[in-house]
Design a binder for this molecule. Structure first.
Ligand code: SF4
Length: 335
């Protein structure tokens, strides 16, 4: 029998949850088709088919959906509402399945389970179950696929993230004092934290290859994913008002952590037309004023793909940091 094909757009929250959905669907005998990394034609078709006032990552999401329509039987677009107590996804992500359906009328069926852990029908397991029922009548197979994919997701991705020895520098181990951190980081020429939503940091087409550009300029790049989640939570408690957007909590908590832990610069990546970022950016900017030793800047991305502007801004930012370092070194005692 021909396998059913489910398309997953390589954008937005799938940067985090793709492994879970991929394993779950594969275990049900479904072929998963992931759209290709963002490119010009994906971006252009997303821009053409969406409302002009929508943020860039959602436009890119539309482009990924369109790139899949001729290849698959269904497209998976979960309605992500709430995955942790007291925090929510932004309205555009909550309404994403409706926006896609209304703007792109002639596409294949969309599977849009609700993920809202406050409600019994919206727990991860129930959402996966609903999707499984659309694809097979074998409820036993669905239950088995849920428990195995959930277990592996926790073990391979979430636990990996929580394991301080994996992937991140020793200086970022939870509880290690910042003096040690500074000593280790001094060996590198310049340490810059790039903070923001994962889908801006990890999509090199949207961010005009920023991370690679920094690395080529001998910068040690640090991201929110390298900060232990417990440390992110601890930093967020210092804020006067809690942040109740799930996607921004990690970015802000990581930025606060890096301000105190030996980076020379922080770059906040934001999207034009993002309501969250406009407020979250203020909060990070406010913190930067308390830490003048850390240089801070914000890069706003929209659909313009000219690289000259960003190259100039990177060079200017690095020049500022180098000049600061030279001044600090010349003032340091010479013993
Ligand atoms: S958080 Fe901002 S950038 Fe992300 S989808 Fe919502 S409005 Fe767009």
């Amino acid at each position: 029998m021909k396998k059913k094909k489910v398309g997953i757009p390589y954008a937005l929250y799938f940067y985090e949850y793709y492994p879970l959905w991929k394993e779950f669907l594969t275990r049900l005998g479904v072929e998963v088709v992931l759209s290709r990394p963002t490119n010009k034609s994906i971006l252009d078709s997303g821009i053409r088919s969406s409302l002009s006032e929508i943020c860039l990552p959602v436009k890119v999401f539309y482009g990924h959906v369109l790139s899949l329509v001729d290849q698959v039987d269904y497209i998976l677009i979960p309605r992500m509402v709430c995955i942790e107590k007291g925090a929510f996804f932004c309205p555009k992500i909550i309404g994403l399945p409706d926006m896609v359906k209304s703007s792109l009328s002639s596409i294949c069926p969309i599977i849009s389970p609700v993920v809202d852990v406050r409600k019994s029908y919206g727990t991860w397991k129930n959402s996966l179950f609903q999707v499984g029922q659309l694809l097979t009548e074998n409820t036993l197979a669905i239950s088995r696929a849920i428990s195995l994919s959930w277990e592996n997701f926790q073990k391979n991705y979430v636990a990996h993230l929580l394991d301080p020895k994996v992937l991140r520098p020793a200086s970022l181990i939870e509880g290690q004092d910042s003096i040690n951190s500074k000593r280790q980081w001094e060996e590198k020429p310049i340490n810059i934290a790039v903070v923001g939503h994962d889908y801006l940091i990890d999509d090199s087409y949207i961010n005009l290859n920023l991370i690679e550009k920094l690395k080529r300029m001998k910068v040690n790049v640090l991201t929110p994913g390298m900060v232990h989640p417990a440390m992110v939570k601890k930093q967020l408690k210092k804020l006067y008002k809690p942040i109740f957007w799930s996607l921004s909590r990690k970015a802000v908590g990581a930025a606060l952590y890096y301000f105190e832990n030996g980076v020379e610069g922080i770059i906040h990546l934001t999207s034009f037309e993002c309501g969250e970022d406009s407020m979250v950016g203020e909060s990070i900017h406010h913190q930067s004023q308390k830490c003048p030793e850390v240089s801070y800047t914000e890069f706003v991305f929209d659909e313009h793909t000219g690289e000259a502007g960003i190259n100039t801004r990177i060079e200017a930012f690095l020049d500022m940091i180098r000049r600061k370092k030279r001044i600090e070194n010349s003032l340091a005692p010479s013993w």
